[in-house]
Design a protein around this ligand. Structure first.
Ligand code: DGI
Ligand code: FE
Ligand code: FE
Ligand code: FE
Length: 188
């Protein structure tokens, strides 16, 4: 398996410098959250470095894999935003040789979240949202929550992502709704 330096190089080759800086920010945040909440810092690092590995792949490549590899064909009604993690994890596995199922699942879920999320899933989902390079209304609150209660940070991110998507009249992937129902609406 690739060492961190090799993995970084491989990831960097597949994306713009700007996106690579985002990835490094997510890694920094994910390792810090892993230390705080008692997850594997190594897995957090690998998952963070690879979470957007497939983000700059052409749509045609995703469409081919979705049709060929037994994915739910409803995925074809969405686009790169939904595909790059969910389907991109298979490219990470095949091309980077990462077979750790916990890491692959964190990559798959990093955009939409899920009703059931492991500690690593939550860390990558939240780190992606609050990495130091992010700058949007509400990111400060999200950062503060992440230091206090990871589940609250998941809920905050889910609610605000959904509000943003609806404001933009974007199509909502059903898993995003499931995440909302579990982590936001179901909170007691
Ligand atoms: O890849 P990043 O930009 O670092 O972040 P991301 O993978 O968390 O999100 C990518 C985009 O996907 C972001 O603009 C929000 C959007 N997104 C999240 N859930 C949904 C969604 N887009 C659609 N259309 N539907 C969703 O349910
Ligand atoms: Fe992403
Ligand atoms: Fe995200
Ligand atoms: Fe990202």
């Amino acid at each position: 398996t690739l060492k961190r330096e090799e993995l970084m190089q491989e990831v960097q080759m597949h994306m713009s410098e700007r996106r690579f800086q985002h990835v490094l920010g997510v890694e920094e945040m994910a390792v810090a959250l892993a230390a705080k909440y008692g997850a594997s810092e190594e897995k957090a690092s690998i998952a963070a470095l690879t979470h957007d590995y497939a983000k700059e792949r052409p749509d045609e490549e995703f469409e081919l894999i979705i049709q060929r590899d037994g994915y739910d064909q409803d995925l074809l009604n969405y686009g790169n935003a939904i595909w790059h993690g969910l389907v991109g994890a298979s490219m990470v596995q095949r091309e980077l040789g990462i077979d750790d199922e916990e890491i692959l699942e964190a990559i798959r879920l990093h955009t939409t979240g899920a009703a059931k999320m492991s500690l690593l899933d939550k860390i990558i989902y939240v780190a992606d949202y609050i990495e130091p390079g992010r700058n949007f209304p509400g990111v400060k609150e999200a950062r503060e929550l992440a230091l206090v209660d990871l589940d609250e940070a998941v809920a905050y991110e889910t609610k605000h992502t959904l509000l943003h998507l609806i404001e933009q009249e974007q199509k909502i992937y059903p898993k995003t709704i499931e995440t909302y129902n579990q982590w936001v609406s179901n909170k007691s």
